[in-house]
Design a protein around this ligand. Structure first.
Ligand SMILES: NC(=O)C1=CN([C@@H]2O[C@H](COP(=O)(O)OP(=O)(O)OC[C@H]3O[C@@H](n4cnc5c(N)ncnc54)[C@H](O)[C@@H]3O)[C@@H](O)[C@H]2O)[C@@H](O)CC1
Ligand SMILES: Nc1ncnc2c1ncn2[C@@H]1O[C@H](COP(=O)(O)OP(=O)(O)O)[C@@H](O)[C@H]1O
Ligand SMILES: [Mg+2]
Length: 277
């Protein structure tokens, strides 16, 4: 098992070329946030914008629109009940993040199946939170052409893989990942990333991170990194490392680290750790 260390940062985070514009840094669509879980998709959207994604569109329940724009005027809003009218935005995205706060009702299921139908070659599809629960409970097939990234915590991974938390060893996880054709980020206090026959273990992270919304933030951050950086598997590793490294730094002086504080720290962290060659 390889370790994910600081080296991944300069390998992935590049100095921005002068001759660039918002389109250079990727279009992301985030889908989630039912009436009760609006905060989840707002936190994911915050991480996407603060990690540098060029254009971010949030598909969510309309009750979340004002809060979304209060937190994040940079994001565009689409009422996810009108998904069909805006399907082209999803088709034209570089990255789709689905699941934070999506819930598991019929609306959520419809949004997930429609998104799976649209996902195509060249897109990165990040499947998190409720979307993983729906995937597992309905035995859905992952889209075959997109690059799929699953971000389950241990219970979600148990639902998707059938492996009980106590039995989630690298060998058992590896066998389940092979059947999925996806990059899988199994989140815990020492998160593991399964990619193309390899296993990587994160070296950072703190119990100060154990706050609802921390995983929603990671999903948006993986979205932001995969939207901008060419090597997608490396971008996933760098996002996982960045998320915990920021938390570790804040936890030197804070008892608890809030998810939105990770996002707010991203621009300075990425500035410090960009490669300049
Ligand atoms: N402010 C918000 O709107 C929030 C919305 N959330 C959304 O709520 C939905 C349900 O997600 P939840 O994860 O809360 O609920 P789940 O029911 O999917 O998972 C939580 C269950 O898993 C167990 N578990 C075992 N190992 C775990 C581990 N390593 N990490 C986390 N849980 C573990 C917990 O004890 C608990 O019983 C998702 O769509 C999520 O995005 C949550 O992110 C919390 C914050
Ligand atoms: N004790 C801990 N040590 C390190 N990281 C943690 C700890 N507790 C939680 N985390 C991190 O916080 C995130 C929690 O994800 P998740 O359970 O999906 O949160 P949510 O769905 O509430 O947003 C994961 O990235 C996990 O690695
Ligand atoms: Mg989660």
């Amino acid at each position: 098992m390889e370790k994910i260390t600081k080296n991944i940062l300069t390998q992935v985070i590049r100095q921005r070329p002068a001759d660039s514009f918002k389109g250079t840094y990727g279009k992301i669509v985030l889908i989630g946030g039912s009436q009760n879980f609006g905060g989840a998709i707002i936190m994911a959207s915050l991480a996407a914008v603060y990690s540098g994604a060029g254009l971010v569109t949030t598909f969510t329940d309309p009750t979340n629109q004002a809060s979304l724009h209060d937190w994040l005027p940079e994001a565009m809003f689409v009422d996810y009940n009108q998904f069909d009218d805006s399907a082209d935005i999803v088709k034209n995205a570089d990255v789709i993040v689905i699941g934070p706060g999506l819930g598991t009702d019929d609306t959520a299921m419809t949004l997930l199946t429609k998104t799976f139908e649209i996902a195509h070659t060249g897109q990165t599809l990040i499947i998190d939170g409720s979307a993983l629960t729906l995937l597992a409970h309905n035995n859905l097939q992952l889209p075959s052409e997109s690059l799929n990234v699953l971000t389950p915590h241990q219970m979600e991974w148990q639902r998707v893989s059938g492996i009980k938390i106590a039995d989630q060893t690298p060998t058992a996880n590896q066998a389940a990942v092979e059947k999925l054709d996806a990059i899988v980020v199994v989140k815990s206090h020492r998160t593991e990333v399964y990619e193309n026959g390899k296993v990587f273990q994160n070296t950072g992270g703190t119990p100060a991170q154990a706050t609802g919304g921390m995983g929603d933030t990671l999903a948006g951050l993986i979205g932001g990194f995969t939207a901008q950086f060419a090597d997608k598997p490396a971008a996933v590793l760098a996002a996982v490392y960045t998320h915990s490294a920021i938390a570790d730094k804040l936890a030197e002086k804070q008892y608890v680290v809030l998810p939105h504080q990770i996002s707010e720290a991203l621009p300075k962290f990425m500035f410090k750790h960009q490669s300049k060659d």
